[in-house]
Design a binder for this molecule. Structure first.
Ligand SMILES: [Zn+2]
Ligand SMILES: [Zn+2]
Length: 362
């Protein structure tokens, strides 16, 4: 039987979010209903609300979530009711050209639940944020969006691996291939940038240089493992990074802002044959201009990182285990826990740069 639960809806462009009763259908073939325990507030949720992603209102917001599988549909074998899972927004298909070549983290045909959740009051179909919609007591997803992890990890910590924290850690580990002894610079120290710093630290980077225009964020970055900080409002970051790396530039520079000017900084702050990783998300009107001779002459690689090039089934359990062993403190990313009816205020605090992550606990 379909169930009615509470969920946070973005009803229209720039309208405040509100709690509504939503209808969650029973899981069909390949689907699962998950009882949400915690869900982080991400910039992407705010972008949905503001109309920056699409105008398929109403949106059911929330996508950095962990919870317990309540029921599964026909043919689901990877997860079962009672499993503690982290939700991901890239359930890989297993049969596209990337999957078939053994590179499922690039899957070009990821999928979500087929059935739609609806508003109880009007029957209107909801668009779940990133195919998840987890600012809700329960949500319907594709079973492949559920990754089972050790239930010893607190849900408010685990959920963050579903998006921003995974994107940052993966930008360093998977896309940047940061390894022992590397010098790394991270431009932009929000949640994703801080996670990239934590990832570089975890990988054994010899120097991790954090760059931001906000002194408070640089302080937080130190706690994540940054060995040096550069305030790019006061100092030219390219010069500063070169100075801190023997005059050469960093082996890997991670751009976690997503703007042409910070990308250019990343491009010139890396050593010859170094790597730039773009994990910050640009907007459609942005254009990048670089001398092509510099692109050639400086060698190395310019990469983009989708969701940290993560494979949830490989990376989520591993990072949870490292957290439980005390080798990667994911708890540092949780600034505050809030109730389901406090998402709107959490957007304001996030916009003001006051929090790394507010996490809704249900
Ligand atoms: Zn695929
Ligand atoms: Zn997110």
């Amino acid at each position: 039987m379909a169930q009615e639960v509470r969920g946070v809806i973005a009803p229209g462009k720039d309208e405040p979010v509100r709690i509504e009763t939503i209808v969650v259908p029973d899981p069909g073939p390949g689907e699962a209903v998950v009882k949400i325990q915690a869900c982080g507030v991400c910039h992407t949720d705010l972008h949905y609300k503001q109309g920056g992603i699409s105008d398929d209102y109403p949106f059911l917001l929330g996508h950095e979530a962990a919870g317990v599988v309540e029921s599964v549909g026909a043919g689901v074998t990877d997860v079962a009711p009672g499993d503690f899972v982290i939700l991901n927004w890239r359930a890989v298909c297993g049969s596209c050209r990337a999957c078939l070549r053994g590179r499922p983290w690039y899957c070009f045909d990821t999928h979500n639940a087929e059935q739609k959740m609806t508003l109880a009051s009007t029957g209107q179909e909801l668009s779940p944020a990133l195919g998840i919609g987890a600012f809700a007591e329960k949500t319907l997803v594709a079973a492949g969006q559920c990754t089972k992890v050790d239930p010893a990890v607190p849900a408010e910590v685990a959920g963050l691996l579903g998006c921003g924290v995974m994107a940052g850690i993966g930008a360093a580990l998977n896309t940047g291939n940061v390894t022992r002894g590397d010098t790394v610079a991270v431009i932009g120290c929000g949640g994703v940038g801080d996670a990239a710093i934590a990832g570089a630290h975890l990988a054994g980077a010899s120097k991790v240089i954090a760059v931001d225009i906000d002194a408070r964020k640089l302080e937080t970055a130190r706690g994540m493992g940054a060995t040096h900080t550069v305030n790019s409002r006061e100092t030219d970051p390219v010069e500063a990074i070169r100075e801190l790396t023997g005059g050469f530039g960093a082996d890997v520079v991670i751009e976690a802002v997503g703007r042409p000017e910070t990308y250019r900084q990343a491009f010139y702050a890396r050593d010859l044959a170094g790597t730039v990783v773009l994990v910050g998300v640009p907007t459609p009107e942005m254009k990048l201009e670089l001398p092509l001779l510099d692109v050639f002459g400086r060698g190395g690689s310019l990469k983009s990182s989708w969701y940290g090039d993560c494979l949830p089934s490989r990376d989520f359990p591993m990072l949870v285990d490292l957290h439980l062993q005390g080798r990667l403190d994911l708890g540092k990313f949780v600034t505050e826990t809030i109730r389901l009816d406090e998402v709107e205020q959490a957007f304001d605090r996030m916009h003001a740069g006051d929090v790394l992550r507010s996490v809704v606990v249900l």
